[in-house]
Write a protein that binds this ligand. Structure first.
Ligand SMILES: [Zn+2]
Length: 135
């Protein structure tokens, strides 16, 4: 291709045709794992201000989430996660929470940042699980 020629992106999906992230088990539910860019086929991109919760509902959720995190198994990443919206360094761990419904919810350390600072909508099933959690 000549230097300066327009790049043909028509086959770009082929470059991203990688299998979805592996699950440890079928009962695992991944929450808050975002696409790296708009070409990702398997994960959504976070949308600012997509939450319709009030501040008090959101704060209650975040308090509850802290309790859930204390009961979660922690895995350390090899590197940092970067916020998909503001590009800040956003955590280096992920949490595995085994709920009473038999499912394990997996979410990254940076999940709270998306809710707190970008008002990203919370998955409804995960919201209910977290709000119902009792120590
Ligand atoms: Zn951010």
């Amino acid at each position: 291709m000549a230097f300066g020629a327009p790049i043909d992106y028509s086959d770009i999906l082929n470059y991203y045709d990688i299998p979805p992230p592996k699950k440890h088990s079928e009962n695992e539910v991944k929450i808050g794992f975002w696409a790296h860019d708009s070409f990702s086929l398997y994960e959504p991109f976070p949308i600012s201000n997509s939450s319709t919760l009030s501040d008090s509902q959101k704060n209650k959720f975040l308090q509850q989430l802290d309790l859930v995190i204390k009961k979660s198994h922690v895995e350390q990443y090899l590197g940092f996660s970067i916020c998909r919206i503001c590009r800040c360094h956003n955590g280096a761990q992920e949490y595995y929470f085994k709920a009473k419904n038999g499912k394990t919810y997996v979410f990254p350390q940076g999940y709270q940042h998306y809710i707190k600072d970008h008002n990203v909508a919370i998955n409804q099933e995960f919201f209910n699980i977290v709000m119902l959690f009792k120590e």
